[in-house]
Every structure is written in structure tokens, then in C-alpha cells.
Design a protein around this ligand. Structure first.
Ligand code: ASP
Ligand code: MG
Length: 437
């Protein structure tokens, strides 16, 4: 069995939905197909939620009418049979009356908002299910709210997912459709796996059922070896280890939700990134074992803030780093890069929600300096086995660029550099030249 996941743009037009129906029936392999909401829908639902949250019922009302109209048009082009249209209209009517009912709740809260966000995936999977029925492809629609669950820490409960899915899957059915993104929380309420979370759904289902492969279909032909928006002539990477893919997903490549790698890696299930635009292209295969020394890709992550804590008290003292890290832990802020000297620590964060409180607390330990608008440039590959001279090569090529921090040796698959964002394009271009020539 395989899991196939299609994102919003792959289901965002009636003809695209029709072509993925063809694509998933090209071979007889049993599949679970995970869908996102049609492109634009989750954003619209977010806007509706914001309007309701700020008690602008009239704004929400107009937005709801707009998106409902979009769906009513969509189904006209999707189906040929009136019977399918009638079924789809009945579902759309039901869902939009539930959405309007949410809009009438006087003290609309965060929980109501999560119920609202879930309708995008509920809509897309129902429409696709009816389409498959219309063209006589046997399939079963699953309800992800029955099996996908996060615990009170917001982490998926894989044991539960496995147990519940085992009840829903049988050997006679070869094609299942399920909603990405949505789940229940520890209290049984509707929740979600955060924006872009359908990839994560696919890999959680894949891990829970220990499938042969997880395929993530988008409109890009795989992870590229550099940022295609900045560097010309980038290429899709054919193969990556799980660690390399995790670094790339986290540090820049927007193609994959960063959490996706973890469940697949835990059970050694390969993840393949494929393109609906060019289905025959090989894409990127994640999950190989490789000892080959190789720089595979370069990615950048923006909106990074560097924090330096300088203190003479650090000299010959122990517990200093522990105290510093505790502050970040307390404010649930994760640290990406870190470098230390005997009298100072520099580190980077990307979530600055609690930065004032964090800086306030850090000031007890030393002088704190902040640099905003930084970018992490992440060089991914199998580095430690590169025999000699790698760092020298990198720095020689970046001669003209002030590098604020360097992190090397934390893992064999990554070297990170921190530069001011104004030097990002130049850094990416220089490094591209270095590793592709
Ligand atoms: N529909 C959700 C979003 O737009 C989940 C996803 O697309 O992966 O964030
Ligand atoms: Mg996505």
C-alpha cells in the first residue's frame, strides 16, 4: 500500500481534480489518497475566522457567500452527471449551513475557529469522492477526525492513529480518500496539524500503516539544489537521506512541511516528492542511506533574529548555558543556531513572539545585543566525510560577505552560516557556483 498526498493547487481546479483521479488509477497498487483543501480555501476560512473573532459578522457573511459561490461553480465543471451534482450540492449546503451556524455563535472562540478551518479538507475530499464514484472508480471516504489525534502537547498520537486506522482499512478496498490537516485534540475537539499540515497527515498515516512509500505530489518537480527564485538553473535533487531532507525542509525548501520527515524516518518509509505537472519526472526520493561525500543543496531561511549574550561571569563558570536555555524553554521559543566563546553566546531564533520577555530575562546574565533581519544559509549534504578543505572552499568563495555566525559539526549533514538578509542572494549565488562547477 502507498499513501499519495495532493496539495491545494493539485485539486484547485476541476480539470486538475479530474487528472489526479486518472493519475491514482494508473496502476493497481492499493492507496490512501490524502487531500488538502482547494487552493485559497484555507486562507478564506482564516479570513472568515478573523472577521468573526473581531465581531465583524457582516464581513464574515460576505466572505462565506463568496466561497460558497466558488464551490457551486466548481462542481458544475467537475461533474457530468446530474446525480453527482445533486449529491455535491447537498454536501455544500450542509457544510455552509454549519459554517453559518458557527458565524452566529455570540462568543466565537479559538475552538470554533478550528472547527471552521476543518471544512476546507472536508469539502475537497467529498467532491473528489463523488467524482470517483461518477467515473466508477471504487473508493471509500475516510473521516480523518475518526483516527488522527494529537495529545495535550499538540503532538500526534501515532499509537492511537495506528489502532483506529486498522479498524477502518480492509483488504477488499483498494482506494481510500482522507482529509489532510485536520485532527482531534486530546479533548476530542476538532483541531489541526498547523498550516501546510496535510503533508504531515500523509506521513503519519504512512507510518501508522507502515506503507511501502509516501508520495507527496505538488506542482514542483522535487526539492531543488538551491532557491529557484534567486539562483538560475537550479536542479531537482534525485536522492536525499532523511536527515538531509529534514534540514532542507526546515531551513528553506517550502515544498515539504518540516515535520513530515519524522514519522517516515522512524519506520524507514521512503518519501517521494512528485510533480503533477510532469508525473513521469523522477522527482526527489527521500530515505536513502548514503555515505557518499557530497554537498547536495543550499537553502536559506529568512526572518531570523540573532541574540548575543555577553558576560564575564561566563568565564570558568558552569551552568551558564543551562540558565540561558531555560529562558528560551520557558517562553517555548526554539533555538536554531548557536555558537559560543568563553565570554559570550550567540544564538538565533525565528519566533520573536516573546522576544521582549526573553531579553528582559537574559539581561540578568549579561549584556544582550539583538540583530534582526538575518538569514540562515544552510548547506546540506554529507559533510564530515568530505576529506579536506571544505570550509576553506566555502569561505574563500564568500570572501566579500560578512558572516555573522557559523555552525559546523553539529550534524554531518549540515553547515549553517548566518548573514544579514541583504547578503542572502549573493551568498546563495556564490555557493551555487562553488558546488555546481
Ligand atoms: N489546507 C491547509 C493549509 O492550507 C493544509 C495544507 O494545505 O496542507 O494550510
Ligand atoms: Mg503544502
Amino acid at each position: 500500500m502507498k499513501v499519495y498526498k495532493f496539495g491545494g493547487t493539485s485539486v484547485g481546479l476541476p480539470e486538475r481534480m479530474q487528472s489526479i483521479a486518472r493519475l491514482i488509477t494508473e496502476d493497481s497498487e492499493p492507496k490512501i489518497v490524502v487531500l488538502s483543501a482547494l487552493s485559497g480555501t484555507t486562507n478564506s476560512l482564516v479570513n472568515i475566522g478573523e472577521a468573526l473573532n473581531s465581531r465583524k459578522q457582516d464581513v464574515a457573511h460576505l466572505l462565506i457567500n463568496d466561497i460558497e459561490k466558488h464551490y457551486l461553480n466548481f462542481i458544475q465543471a467537475l461533474y457530468s452527471a446530474d446525480e453527482s451534482r445533486q449529491k455535491a450540492i447537498a454536501t455544500i449546503n450542509r457544510i455552509f449551513s454549519e459554517i453559518r451556524a458557527l458565524g452566529h455563535i455570540p462568543d466565537f472562540n479559538a475552538g470554533n475557529n478550528k472547527s471552521l478551518l476543518a471544512y476546507g479538507e472536508i469539502l475537497s475530499t467529498h467532491l473528489f469522492h463523488y467524482y470517483l464514484n461518477e467515473i466508477q472508480i471504487k473508493n471509500e471516504l475516510l473521516n480523518s477526525l475518526d483516527f488522527m489525534r494529537i495529545n495535550s502537547e499538540g503532538e500526534p498520537d501515532l499509537q492511537y492513529v495506528s489502532e483506529q486506522l486498522a479498524h477502518s482499512i480492509n483488504v477488499d478496498t483498494r482506494l481510500y480518500i482522507a482529509q489532510g490537516f485536520i485532527c482531534r485534540n486530546a479533548y476530542g475537539q476538532t483541531d489541526n496539524l498547523k498550516r501546510g499540515g496535510s503533508d504531515y497527515t500523509a506521513s503519519l498515516i504512512g507510518a501508522a500503516l507502515k506503507v511501502d512509500e509516501i508520495q507527496i505530489w505538488t506542482d514542483i518537480d522535487g526539492m531543488h539544489n538551491n532557491d529557484p527564485r534567486i539562483v538560475k538553473g537550479t536542479q531537482p535533487i534525485e536522492e536525499l537521506t532523511f536527515d538531509e531532507a529534514a534540514e532542507l525542509a526546515y531551513f528553506g525548501a517550502k515544498i515539504l512541511h518540516p515535520a513530515t520527515i519524522l514519522p517516515a524516518q522512524k519506520y524507514g518509509i521512503p518519501v517521494r516528492l512528485k510533480s503533477t505537472i510532469d508525473p513521469n519526472a523522477s522527482g526527489t526520493l527521500i530515505g536513502i542511506n548514503s555515505d557518499k561525500a557530497d554537498v547536495k543543496a543550499i537553502a536559506a531561511k529568512d526572518d531570523i533574529t540573532a541574540i548575543k549574550i555577553k558576560s564575564s561571569r561566563m568565564l570558568l563558570a558552569y551552568g551558564f548555558l543551562k540558565n540561558i536555555f531555560e529562558i528560551f524553554g520557558q517562553y517555548k521559543t526554539s533555538i536554531d543556531m548557536i555558537t559560543t566563546s568563553e565570554v559570550a553566546v550567540s544564538l538565533t531564533i525565528d519566533n520573536t513572539q516573546n522576544i521582549d520577555e526573553i531579553v528582559g530575562a537574559l539581561e540578568k546574565f549579561g549584556t544582550v545585543t539583538i540583530d534582526k533581519n538575518q538569514s540562515i544559509i544552510c548547506i546540506v549534504g554529507n559533510m564530515l566525510s568530505e576529506k579536506k578543505g571544505l570550509l576553506n572552499k566555502i569561505f574563500k568563495n564568500l570572501d566579500e560577505i560578512p558572516i555573522r555566525m557559523v555552525s559546523y559539526g553539529g550534524s554531518r549533514s549540515n553547515i549553517s552560516l548566518l548573514v544579514d538578509t541583504k547578503y542572502k542572494n549573493e551568498t546563495l549565488t556564490q555557493l551555487n557556483r562553488l558546488f555546481t562547477s
